[in-house]
Write a new protein. Structure first.
Length: 134
């Protein structure tokens, strides 16, 4: 059979899942912008977003594993491609690891990342973190 789309296991382990939303406002560094930027610009962006998501996650429980859903918001211009917010999502997940929400960001602890198309709104990113406490 097909594995569960949330936990990625043949035998679903989704009993007792809890979800939490974390939102940071600000311009998102896209994949294309990251490629064009110098390493100092990238490092500053990663530091800011990683730190902010670590602070936002202060009330989250420890999870055995998580599935992450990314919901980007863009105020103006042509809407970015689905998944273009990858650098921001990666920095945010690193912030979750820094906070101890999950021990690492490898496949044992981050089971899936789903990217939704960007929506109009104040620039920013909402992450929905779903998983079993533990």
């Amino acid at each position: 059979g097909r594995p569960c789309l949330t936990c990625a296991y043949e035998t679903c382990e989704c009993d007792g899942l809890t979800s939490h939303e974390l939102t940071k406002r600000g311009k998102i560094l896209t994949v294309n912008a990251e490629r064009a930027a110098n390493r100092w610009v990238r490092a500053e962006f990663v530091r800011e977003w990683r730190t902010e998501f670590s602070l936002l996650a202060h009330s989250l429980p420890k999870f055995r594993w998580v599935s992450v859903t990314a919901l980007p918001f863009q105020q103006r211009g042509r809407l970015q491609d689905v998944g273009a917010c990858l650098p921001a999502v990666k920095a945010a997940i690193d912030g979750l690891v820094d906070r101890g929400v999950v021990p690492d960001d490898d496949a044992r602890y981050v089971r899936s990342i789903v990217f939704h198309p960007p929506e109009r709104g104040d620039n920013g990113l909402t992450l929905v973190v779903t998983g079993p406490k533990g």
